[in-house]
Design a protein around this ligand. Structure first.
Ligand code: MLT
Length: 263
């Protein structure tokens, strides 16, 4: 698998196709493989790039705290490394969406369009942030299984486990395989991420906001409000699925992304 050394770290990535770059940013505590249903399927209309964020998959790990701003800057450096200067379509899921907000604020000129899948604009409540720090401690002491066990029940829609058991199992394997230090660093970073709600009006590029009908982490009502606050956004609810809409319903999600890119 291709790797690029950027700043102080090696970033692992998958790449397919040519044309407008579509950069896919995975959620927590996952890796590029959550985009399996998009990598090949969208490569006929764009250059699809799916990296493992710092601390995940086969990318290098930084212990301590990795902020959403840092991941966003990593993505900009990755584009430099790939010699991509044209504005990109950035698509992030959940934590990938938290990173996408920061990319939009910090690297505005590199952004053509934005796809937000199953993500939030608000910060953690003090209780949620404290819970993340506790989980980080536990992951470092007991291993990545702790995060996998906590996340697994929240990720999928009610029928996905019975109808698509293979994606539930492969996601669980990815979460267990990810390095504890990378998971803990992301937990610290998410705990201190800012509330970006009041800044959504600054994001003037066209945006597509996608949410699974049964997403309990970033529910449709909350994501609809995000779309209403973005200057140029369309909201789409994907029926029958949960938080992992691109993985659970790749056909429906790809149709929406494809239409959005061509607009
Ligand atoms: C994710 O899918 O990236 C996580 O649910 C994000 C979070 O824990 O806030």
């Amino acid at each position: 698998m291709p790797q690029l050394t950027i700043n102080d770290i090696t970033i692992n990535l998958q790449e397919r196709g040519q044309g407008t770059p579509l950069l896919l940013v995975h959620g927590f505590p996952l890796d590029h493989s959550m985009w399996t249903g998009q990598l090949d399927a969208l490569s006929d209309i764009c250059r699809v790039i799916a990296p493992d964020l710092r601390g995940f998959g086969a990318s290098g790990v930084t212990a301590g705290t990795v902020t959403m701003e840092k991941y966003a800057d990593d993505l900009a450096a990755l584009l430099d490394g790939l010699k991509i200067t044209e504005p990109i379509v950035l698509c992030g899921l959940s934590m990938g969406g938290y990173v996408a907000w920061q990319f939009a604020f910090r690297h505005r000129q590199r952004l053509a369009k934005l796809v937000l899948c199953d993500t939030r604009a608000i910060a953690d409540s003090p209780e949620a942030a404290a819970g993340r720090l506790k989980m980080a401690e536990k992951v470092l002491a007991e291993g990545s299984q702790v995060a996998a066990d906590a996340m697994q029940p929240k990720l999928f829609g009610p029928s996905t486990a019975s109808q698509q058991p293979q994606i539930v199992e492969s996601t669980s394997q990815v979460m267990r395989r990810n390095p504890p230090a990378g998971i803990a660093a992301a937990l610290h970073g998410m705990a201190q991420r800012p509330d970006v709600t009041s800044r959504l009006g600054e994001i003037s590029v066209p945006a597509l906001v996608i949410c699974g009908q049964h997403d309990g982490i970033s529910p449709p009502a909350e994501m609809r409000q995000i779309a209403e606050k973005l200057p140029q956004a369309r909201f789409v609810e994907i029926p029958g699925v949960g938080h992992m809409s691109p993985l659970e319903a790749p056909g429906l999600v790809n149709d929406e992304i494809r239409r959005f890119i061509k607009e």
